[in-house]
Design a protein around this ligand. Structure first.
Ligand SMILES: Cc1cc2nc3c(=O)[nH]c(=O)nc-3n(C[C@H](O)[C@H](O)[C@H](O)COP(=O)(O)O)c2cc1C
Length: 365
């Protein structure tokens, strides 16, 4: 059963709102927010090779789909990637570590798209300040087979099938990340990711950060194609009826809230394997490198028919999360390194494209 059907059934049975949030909420049929997903169809349609590569780059995964990037074209062949500092997650990502990982995802996807079009990209990373990187394109790039999977790549926020990740596929992913299939480790990570998600969900200041980023219904999603999109004909009906509201989602005493917890637990438990990325130091360059590695991993899992879903709560740096942060590091980086990414790996459904701001909205002078 897909998450959407499960969500629907659960909502009929008393209202489950957090499930919609947890699943990222996707539209189908007539309620498709066509404007919000238009950038997926526009990728590759630009004459300027920088814009052409960036039109794929902006389809990269990024935390809470904030798309915190600004692009300034420089001269004939370069661009500067900047952090739009109005787009941050101060409660759950106070040091912008995850924001920078998302920047790394965009850079890698841009480099891959440029390579597929016959351009090399020289990257210079800035360690501090709102400027993140300067990219200079020149003719001669090599096509990487991973680029072929950009439009199919997803973050799959769904329960995975009860099916192990075959050892030969885990072996093919080993050059990209640490792959964890050992049953005891998998069991420990299922519990840890659920407990950490519970901390985020029941801590008012972190939960409110997510609620503020919800785009509820087609009109809101098209107007602001970012954040956590919640839609579809059924959920929009509940919104119109006043049942599905931001206030209800914040109310921990509601049945909806409790059912949402059950559904999220079920999703996290339906996980046969995990992946982790660690780094010896914890600088901006490490964050960018982790993002680049994550993007390559996500394209490789797509190529292999596997699904990947980041589960970042236990890696977040705020006081209430400290015990889970310590547990995650004890399990995944006992040598004192930093865990930059943790994700679920398995066989999930192909989910819908998520919204993006058009490239033109991200260009600055
Ligand atoms: C650094 C980083 C952390 C993320 N953490 C989570 C997470 O904890 N839970 C989740 O459901 N998705 C997480 N995501 C996935 C984003 O929500 C997703 O990339 C975004 O909504 C766009 O969707 P797409 O990847 O399917 O295009 C994360 C992505 C990045 C790059």
């Amino acid at each position: 059963m897909t998450m959407s059907r499960r969500k629907t059934i659960s909502l009929l049975g008393g209202g489950t709102i957090l499930a919609a949030l947890g699943a990222g909420g996707t539209f189908a049929g007539t309620r498709t927010p066509s404007k919000a997903i238009a950038p997926w169809g526009l990728a590759g349609g630009y004459d300027d090779p920088r814009l052409n590569a960036l039109s794929f780059g902006l389809l990269a995964p990024n935390p809470h789909n904030l798309q915190p990037w600004h692009i300034a074209l420089e001269g004939e062949d370069a661009f500067v990637l900047r952090h739009d500092q109005s787009r941050r997650l101060p409660e759950t990502d106070p040091f912008d570590r995850q924001i920078m990982i998302g920047m790394g995802c965009l850079l890698e996807q841009t480099v891959l798209a440029a390579g597929a079009a016959g351009y090399d990209v020289a990257l210079e990373i800035m360690e501090e300040g709102p400027q993140i990187a300067r990219a200079t394109l020149s003719k001669g790039g090599l096509a990487d087979p991973l680029a072929a999977h950009i439009l199919q790549r997803r973050s799959c926020k769904e329960p995975f099938a009860d099916r192990a990740v075959p050892a030969d596929l885990a072996g093919q992913l080993a050059p990209f990340a640490d792959i964890h299939t050992d049953p005891r480790m998998v069991s420990a990570l299922r519990e840890l990711t659920f407990e950490a998600w519970m901390v985020e969900t029941t801590t008012p200041h972190t939960m409110q950060e997510s609620i503020d980023l919800m785009r509820m219904g087609k009109a809101e999603i098209n107007a602001k194609p970012d954040g956590l999109d919640i839609g579809g004909a059924f959920l929009e009906g509940l919104m119109l009826a006043g049942v599905l509201t931001r206030d209800a989602m914040a109310d921990q005493n509601s049945t909806a809230f409790q059912q949402g917890i059950d559904i999220y637990r079920e999703m996290l438990m339906a996980t046969p394997a995990y992946v982790a990325l660690t780094s010896e130091t914890n600088t901006r360059s490490d964050h960018i490198a982790a993002g680049r590695a994550w993007l390559r991993l996500n394209l490789k899992t797509t190529a292999l028919g596997l699904s990947l879903h980041p589960v970042s709560q236990a890696l977040q740096e705020y006081p209430e999360m400290a015990p889970h942060y310590a547990s995650a590091h004890g399990l995944l980086a006992p040598q004192g390194h930093t865990v930059q990414m943790l994700g679920r790996l398995g066989y999930g459904p192909q989910t819908a494209r998520t919204p993006r701001w058009p490239l033109e909205e991200k260009l600055i002078v």
